[in-house]
Structures are given as C-alpha cells and as structure tokens.
Design a protein around this ligand. Structure first.
Ligand code: MN
Length: 249
C-alpha cells in the first residue's frame, strides 16, 4: 500500500511541547508534512488571516512555520504545500485539554475542523496540562487511531477530538467514545494598571474545571481514560429549527 500523506498542524506553535511526539508517531505510518504557527496561537479559534500577508519559514525538509493561525496553517499545508494531496490531518498534541466548550475556543480543534471543511479526515489531540505528560504514549495511541481513520474513513463533515489524561506511569488503555461535556470557566475580569498608570485587563486566568458526568469527555478523562469525541461542522439545533416553524419569522 502507498504510504499515506499526513499533515501535522497545531496551535502551540513550532516549539509546542507535544509536536515532536505527534510528528514521530505519524512518520512511522506515513509521509509527514508539518505546517504550524511560528509562535503559540492557543485559543485562536477558527480565525483566518485575511488582512496581512502570510510568511512561511521552512525549518527543515517538510517542516514549515507560518505567521498565521492554526486554521491558516492547515489551509496552507493542504492547498499550497501538498496541493490537496492529503490523506489525513492531525493537530496537536496540544498542551492542555480541549474538552466540552473548549472546542469553541480551541485552535487545535480549528486546524482539524479546517481539514474537515476541505473534505479531509482529521483528528485533534490534546493533553492534560497538569501531571506527568506521556507524550510518547499519546503518540502511540495517535498512531493506532490515525491508522484506523485512514482505513475506515470518517463521515462527511465530521472530525475526531481526542483528549489524553495525565499518565500515571502506565501505558494508555483503550480510548472511550464520549460526547462533549461541560466546562466551568471563571467569569472574573481583572483590571490592573501598567507602570504608566494606564489600565489594562485580563479576561481569562483562573484554571478551568469541568462537570464530571459519565459518557462525556470530561468524565472519561477524569477516570484516567482517553476520550474520543466525534465533532460535526453542522451545529444546527434540530429541535429549535422545528420549533421556529411556529414562530412569525
Ligand atoms: Mn494550545
């Protein structure tokens, strides 16, 4: 069989701690190209750079760093570097979970979603920000899942979102399918003053927690297992769509 062509993206950037593990895992199963931001772009969501030029830095053979968003990196990798000849896009491995509502903000997930929009199968990988990180073990898991996606293919408009709990020194067990759970974010806005007396703000800060519910990604990782969540591009709510037919629109 021909070696599959795999594009690796992320949002932690070229120096992201989980990038080397994902690259080496994918190199064992395919021909790998890397297209990632030149600095950290976490929580960049699905932004595209439309009003300034994208510059490309070739770091080594097949490894490119861009002054763009994670979604830009996927788009550029697929359309320009690989000219559409891509069998799979993988994103990560992100430092920090992308559970529940995190997927709204996540650049890691956005890079995978961009591939889905380009009709290419994709998987996003993220890791517990705390505890011992078994990047290599996560790479082994990623490799096994990637092989299956390459064989079985994903439905149209669907990508996979994978979260690894911190490792307790043991190899990862089989992953568990899970739906999106619920995250709890802080809502405080912190106002400070800079050395010149001008105000500035932090809109996020406190560490995020989650609702530990069985069957959800938050629940699965809290039990020390790897969660695998299928995500859809189409977020239409069927029930409300139906209910709207009775409104005077
Ligand atoms: Mn990140």
């Amino acid at each position: 069989m021909k070696r599959p062509r795999i594009l690796v993206c992320n949002d932690d950037g070229i120096y992201g701690p989980g990038l080397p593990a994902l690259i080496s895992a994918m190199r064992k199963i395919g021909l790998v190209t890397v297209s990632v931001p030149d600095h950290e772009r976490s929580a960049d969501s699905h932004s595209l750079t439309l009003h300034k030029p994208i510059r490309i830095h070739k770091k080594s053979e097949g490894v490119y760093a861009l002054n763009g968003s994670p979604a830009d990196c996927c788009r550029f990798g697929v359309l320009e570097i690989l000219k559409g000849k891509v069998d799979l896009v993988v994103s990560g491995i992100n430092r920090g979970y992308n559970l529940g509502e995190d997927v709204i903000y996540s650049g890691t997930v956005a890079a995978a979603m961009e591939a889905t929009l380009l009709k290419i199968d994709a998987i996003a990988f993220s890791m517990d920000p705390d505890g011992t990180k078994d990047w290599k073990g996560a790479g082994v898991f990623a490799q096994r899942l990637a092989k299956q996606v390459l064989q079985k293919k994903l439905p149209k408009g669907v990508c996979l979102n994978v979260n690894f709990p911190a490792a307790g020194g043991k190899p990862y067990k089989a992953g568990q399918p899970a739906r999106l759970g619920r995250r709890i974010y802080g809502t405080e806005v912190t106002r400070r003053s800079d050395p010149r007396g001008l105000e500035y703000y932090w809109l996020a800060g406190r560490q995020v927690s989650g609702v530990n519910e069985p069957g959800t990604d938050v629940g699965v990782v809290s039990r020390g297992r790897v969660s695998v969540t299928p995500l859809k591009i189409d977020s239409t709510d069927g029930a409300t769509l139906q209910a709207l037919t009775a409104w005077s629109l």
